[in-house]
Design a protein around this ligand. Structure first.
Ligand code: ADP
Ligand code: MG
Length: 367
């Protein structure tokens, strides 16, 4: 079931929670709403569900305008962060609940309900817990039961609001991988809210990056990461080294890397910019090179991070530390020592205007 949101705005008092949101989600997609706390993710989810009305705008499910349609008629399943299961009902009864409260005409006979509940419990791989009560379950098990309960009524759309937010990091990671496999099986159109960029990257077909009630970018994970549409997206999606700079006569000039040729065609000939370079886009050299501008820096700290090693550097003419991440194998071969001098070269610079209306651009300087 496709979801089409057009011109949706929502205000609380004088706070604009959502401002003119346009968003299309294709049938069977798993889309993540990603953004900092308070940016409007839950409000948008509640509007899709029908728990909240937009001030303006339209919402269509599979081409049908549903703004006036009641929550129960929208065919939507929910999982929330603290979706309290009914404590005094067994796991079995929790999952059966949605089937039992259906209008009499659509209600299944008891044998059918039983078959369906066990099928769902098998789907979430917890059939062996059918007779337990929610307080006897782990957090991860509870969220899987909540998901089984949401799926019981065969929703056309599944909405998940930070479903794994309260769980330990390891459990979260397992559950989100499990959710992706489940989605591959069921293909139910799903909207997944999270403030964790890694979670969004791992789970979603496409990511909606939100900021202050607006959509900053809506793209596949690799595009959002490789070609962020704004400085906000770039910073939100992971560590960046940040440099001030200008574009002058078609050349990019940053505080750290001096002048380099810059394709000025789509950009003003002169303007203040910020340049972002991700830690893994920094290459370290032991010797200065003539051909390119390098930043001279001293190794301050070395931190192993599994498959990679993070190297913190201090440059004389740059007040903030510069972060570089190199593959572990390279680190083992090069053996960078704390205190030694290295020369840092960016392989990719993401350029953003310091003012609005200036297109973002990612450039590979030596390409
Ligand atoms: P998120 O889920 O991204 O953290 P929300 O959608 O919950 O953000 O909230 C967006 C903004 O709207 C926040 O500033 C929040 O305080 C405000 N807000 C949300 N719901 C209400 C409400 N019922 N009354 C007043 N303000 C609200
Ligand atoms: Mg929220």
């Amino acid at each position: 079931m496709s979801i089409q949101i057009s011109g949706v705005s929502r205000r609380y008092g004088n706070h604009q929670a959502l401002a003119d949101i346009d968003l299309r989600i294709e049938s069977g997609e798993l889309v993540a709403l990603l953004g900092p706390s308070g940016c409007g993710k839950t409000t948008l989810l509640r509007i899709i569900a029908g728990l909240e009305q937009p001030d303006t705008g339209t919402l269509e499910l599979e081409g049908q305008d549903v703004v006036d349609r009641h929550v129960r008629e929208r065919g939507i399943g929910f999982v929330f962060q603290h979706y309290a299961l009914f404590r005094h009902m067994s796991v079995y009864e929790n999952v059966a609940f949605g089937l039992r409260v259906r209008p009499r005409k659509q209600r299944l006979v008891e044998a059918e309900i039983k078959r369906r509940v066990h099928e769902l419990l098998e789907l979430v791989q917890l059939d062996w817990l059918a007779d337990r009560y929610p307080p006897q379950l782990s957090g991860g098990q509870r969220q899987r039961i909540a998901l089984a309960r949401a799926l019981a009524v065969e929703p056309r759309v599944l909405l998940l609001d930070e479903p794994f937010g309260a769980l330990d990091a390891n459990v979260r990671r397992d559950l989100r991988r499990w959710l992706v496999r489940l989605h591959d099986e069921l293909h139910v159109t799903s909207v997944f809210v999270t403030h964790d960029q890694e979670e969004a990257m791992e789970v979603a077909d496409r990511i909606v990056v939100m900021n202050a009630g607006r959509i900053e970018q809506y793209e596949r994970p690799e595009v959002v990461y490789e070609r962020p549409a704004s400085a906000f997206v770039s910073r939100f999606l992971g560590d960046v080294n940040f440099f001030h700079g200008r574009i002058l006569d078609g050349a990019l000039h940053t505080e750290a890397f001096g002048l380099r040729p810059h394709e000025a065609a789509e950009q003003p000939s002169d303007g203040a910019i910020q340049a972002h370079v991700r830690p893994h886009e920094m290459v370290l050299h032991r010797n200065p090179r003539e051909s390119s501008q390098l930043l001279k820096a001293r190794v301050k700290r070395v931190r192993p991070l599994g498959a990679e090693v993070r190297i913190e550097l201090a440059a004389d003419d740059h007040e903030r530390p510069v972060q570089a991440v190199v593959p572990r194998q390279q680190f083992i071969e090069q053996r960078y020592e704390v205190g030694e001098i290295v020369f840092v070269e960016p392989t990719q610079i993401h350029v953003f205007a310091d003012r609005a209306g200036f297109a973002a651009r990612s450039i590979a300087p030596d390409a």
